[in-house]
Design a protein around this ligand. Structure first.
Ligand code: IPM
Ligand code: MN
Length: 371
């Protein structure tokens, strides 16, 4: 299979984690006789520095010409600490999502037995956790009109949703639930917000078309609590843009590290794959960031191409690293491996897997990477 992939390395640790994914994709290509061709594009703070624009037109053009987009991370503290900045790196990502019609953001959440000690939660709570958050990505308060009064004393952000915007992401979530444990939870704030009442009414009406799916409804405040006290109850969680942003970071605590969670953003045209973590500027260039969120996003990209076997091998490689203790500092501060070493180990596993060789000797191979 030949595929063209647009690569947006972005800011902070974006480049270093994405490099590992490219290495992994190249290994998959070599082992399974595919051809992946990459075209790089700029977005975020780096794009502002080089062009003055967080999303140059050229980037949108490149994204549209490719079969998928692999994205790293975006953001820079020099903008975070300056609320008056007119041009911000995040605008690049938001505009790209909008321009490409990426209305559904899919964020799988699962727990790993070997990482349970990293979470502040009891092992019992983490058993059988395996759910997927469908976050609406191109509407709501993120994209509504924003105002700031001339005296700078009053600000507004408008939150708006149409039935069409709700239905298109809800259809994907229902269909996904049909392929899983057939349960869909709508997270909203229908006791207070008009937009949430529209979500609830729309999803209630759609439920009739998906009779095999059990639908339940949770207010977001309660959902935030349920994610911590009983996360195993969830299968597919459907929610609007802002709530999805917040609960997906919360849910990453279940996995043990924000650095582990991948995501796919899909819509009308080309799909985009990115880890859910941010640009983690403190770690930039240090080769300590966890590349697994990015590598697992690359696995979602392979799934998207229909390469489910290859995607499965990548996931096994990551699982093998996690259970063997080949992890970055966020997971094991005392005995950690570098970003690059994790990428190499995942690639080694993929190569050895195909040739039926064992993996025991990996420990020796990468010993030097221990801090
Ligand atoms: C995410 C991020 C983005 C968001 C930021 C960087 C704009 O937090 O993808 O979750 O809020 O959507
Ligand atoms: Mn976020």
């Amino acid at each position: 299979m030949k595929k063209k992939i647009a690569v947006i390395l972005g800011d902070g640790i974006g480049p270093e984690v994405t490099q590992q994914s490219i290495k992994v994709l190249d290994t998959i290509a070599k082992q399974y006789h595919h051809e992946f061709v990459y075209e790089h594009a700029l977005m975020g703070a780096i794009a502002i520095d080089e062009t003055g624009n967080p999303l140059p037109d050229e980037t949108v053009k490149i994204c549209k010409q490719n079969d998928a987009i692999l994205f790293g991370a975006i953001g820079d503290p020099k903008y975070d600490n300056d609320p008056t900045a007119k041009v911000r790196p995040e605008q690049g990502l938001l505009k790209l999502r909008k321009e490409l019609g990426l209305f559904a953001n899919i964020r799988p959440v699962k727990t790993y037995t070997s990482l349970q000690h990293l979470t502040p939660l009891k092992a019992k709570v983490l058993e059988d956790v395996d759910f997927v958050i469908f976050r609406e990505l191109t509407g709501g308060i993120y994209f509504g009109e924003k105002t700031l009064s001339t005296d700078g004393m009053v600000a507004t952000d408008n939150c708006s949703y149409s039935v069409m915007e709700i239905e298109r992401v809800a259809h994907l979530a229902f269909q996904y639930a049909q392929k899983r444990r057939k349960k869909l939870t709508l997270v909203d704030k229908a006791n207070v917000l008009e937009t949430s009442r529209l979500w609830r009414r729309t999803v209630q009406a759609m439920a009739k078309q998906y009779e095999d799916v059990v639908v339940d409804y949770l207010f977001v405040d309660n959902a935030a609590m349920q994610i911590i006290i009983n996360p195993a109850q969830f299968d597919v969680v459907l929610t609007e843009n802002l709530f999805g942003d917040i609960i997906s970071d919360e849910a990453s605590v279940l996995a043990g590290s924000l650095g582990l969670l991948p995501s796919a953003s899909v819509g009308n045209t080309v799909a985009l794959f990115e880890p859910i973590h941010g640009s983690y500027p403190q770690a930039k260039g240090k080769d300590i960031a966890n590349p697994m969120g990015s590598i697992l996003s690359a696995a979602m990209l392979l799934d998207h191409f229909g390469l489910t076997h290859e995607a499965g091998i990548v996931r096994s490689a990551v699982n093998w690293c996690l259970t063997s203790g080949f992890v970055t500092k966020d997971i094991d501060p005392m005995n950690s491996y570098t970003t690059t070493a994790i990428g190499d180990l995942v690639c080694d596993y993929i190569e050895k897997q195909l040739h039926g060789e064992g993996h025991v000797h990996h420990e020796r191979l990468h010993k030097s990477t221990i801090i």
